[in-house]
Design a protein around this ligand. Sequence first.
Ligand SMILES: [Fe+2]
Length: 258
Amino acid sequence: MFAVISDIHSNLEALTTVLADIERRGIETIYCLGDVVGYGANPRECLDLIIKMTKWCVLGNHDYAVLYEPTNFNFAAEQASFWTRESLENERDKELRNRRWQFVGMLPMRRTVKTKLGDRSVVIDFVHASPRKPINEYIFPDDVYTNPVKVQVLFEKVKYICFVGHTHLPGVFLNEPDFYLPDELGNVYPIVDGEKAIINIGSVGQPRDRDNRASYVFVEQDRVHFVRLEYDLEATAKKILAVEQLDNFHAERLRDGR
Ligand SMILES: [Fe+2]
C-alpha cells in the first residue's frame, strides 16, 4: 500500500491534513511528484515535512524555478518563486537551510518502482508532468479530443502505469485515448492487466478542478483510490494575503479550487 501526493505549493494546512489522513489509513509509504513549493506562504515547513515523511520526491517545475529560474511562468507565479527562494535563503539555521537546498537540488526527474499489484509484479513510473517531458509538459483532459495524437505519443513512453501531477486536475487517461474523472470511476481506478494508464493524482495544495478540497491517491492491491479532503483553506489564504510579494490571487483561487 502506498500513497502518492503532488503539487503541495507551500500549502501547509492542506499538506498536514493529507498526511494525517494517510497516517490514519495506516499507509507508511508516501511518494511525492513535486511542486512542493510555489504560490503559498509556507515553503520551509512544507519542504521539511516532505523530507521527513516521504520516501522520495521528484522535481516539479516550481521546484526547478526556485533552484534555477522560472520558465514560462506568469508574473504572479514568477514573483512567488523569487519570494520562495528568498525565504529559503533567509533561514538563519545554516544546517536547516543547507538541508532544504540540498534536497531540492537532488530531486530526480523520474522515479520507477517495482512492486506487486495483487499477485502481479509490475513496474510503475512517476514524473511530475508527463512521461515525455517530465518537468514541464501539460497533459490536459481536453487533449484526448483536441490533440489525440499527442496523447497517443505520450502513451508510447509509458510502459504500463505512469503517475503524474502538474495540471492539478485528477483523473485517468487511457490509451484510446480517453479521459475519466475520478467521479466517473466512483473514485476508484482498478488497474487492469495490459491496460496502460496515465493517472493524474490532482493537487494537495492548489486544486484546480472547481473542487477546493485537497487531492491525493493511495494504491491498495491493484486499485487506485482518489481521495478529497477539506482543510482550513481560510488559514492558508490569510497567510498568503499577509505576504506582500505573494499575489492575492493565489489565496482567492484556493476558495474556488481554480
Ligand atoms: Fe503545480
